[in-house]
Design a protein around this ligand. Structure first.
Ligand code: PGA
Length: 249
């Protein structure tokens, strides 16, 4: 059975006390069953988040990392630094990183490799723009993002990869892909992985949906066969909403 995952990407939100209050509130919600629950606060609060979630069901992830192991990269954070404070998962390829910070497939392939070299799990994000969907190119765009970045990996590396389909037009816009659109794309992605690798590997990889998932639509989206959970932005900033979404699985 595939692992169900709900991950909250806090983006550039929450100061120190808000970070601890939100974590306390999530911890008090208790039992998330077999669902893997991940939060991704900003770099400056990661160590604090790790210590507040010791012995809880909540895991802490980073929102990004640099592709090099160390060196003269002012302002950047390496995978070794993250693992040294207990971070075992990193989100890579978020559309905001691609759009505002110029991350492309080549950079992301290096980041993925370096994260894996540090034994980290990767939540790899990708998704089409509105124009791609309008022009019917969405499958091609998603295919090239995944294949350019991940298809050089050895099969064994895929146990550390989680895929997150995030149509850019649905992120922070209040607009979601319909459950049918999400399922159609997720099935397409699973099939791509099957063609490149094999059926059992494709069956094992968790594919998350992201883009305006809210308490009111989570259950319907998560009910789809190839949707294994969600990557949540705005709604992850409220303990009540995030918990409702987790429990919708
Ligand atoms: P959203 O963000 O839930 O606010 O649309 C999703 C994301 O960016 O991962």
């Amino acid at each position: 059975m595939r692992t169900k995952i709900v991950a909250g990407n806090w983006k550039m939100n929450n100061e120190k006390t808000e970070t601890s209050s939100l974590i306390y509130a999530l911890n008090s919600q208790g039992d998330f069953g077999s669902t893997r629950v991940i939060i991704a606060p900003s770099y400056v609060h990661l160590a604090q988040a790790v210590s507040l979630t010791v012995d809880t069901e909540i895991e802490v992830a980073a929102q990004n990392m640099h592709e090099a192991t160390s060196g003269a990269y002012t302002g950047e954070v390496s995978p070794a630094m993250l693992s040294s404070i207990g971070i075992q998962t990193v989100i890579l390829g978020h559309s905001e990183r691609r759009a505002y910070f110029g991350e492309n497939d080549a950079t992301l392939a290096k980041k993925v490799t370096n994260a894996l070299d540090h034994d980290m799990d990767v939540i790899f994000c990708f998704g089409e723009e509105l124009e791609d969907r309008k022009s019917g190119n969405h499958f091609e765009v998603v295919k090239s993002q995944i294949s350019n970045t991940l298809f050089e990996l050895k099969s064994a590396a895929w146990s550390k990869i989680v895929l997150a389909y995030e149509p850019v037009w649905a992120i922070g816009t209040g607009e979601t892909a319909s459950p049918e659109q999400a399922q159609e794309m997720h099935a397409f992605i699973r099939n791509l992985v099957q063609e490149q690798y094999n059926g059992s590997l494709a069956n094992q990889v968790s594919i998350l949906y992201g883009g305006s998932v809210k308490p009111g639509n989570a259950q319907e989206i998560f009910s789809k066969q190839d949707v294994d959970g969600g990557l949540i932005g705005g709604a992850a900033l409220s303990a009540a909403d995030f918990t409702t979404i987790i429990k919708s699985i």
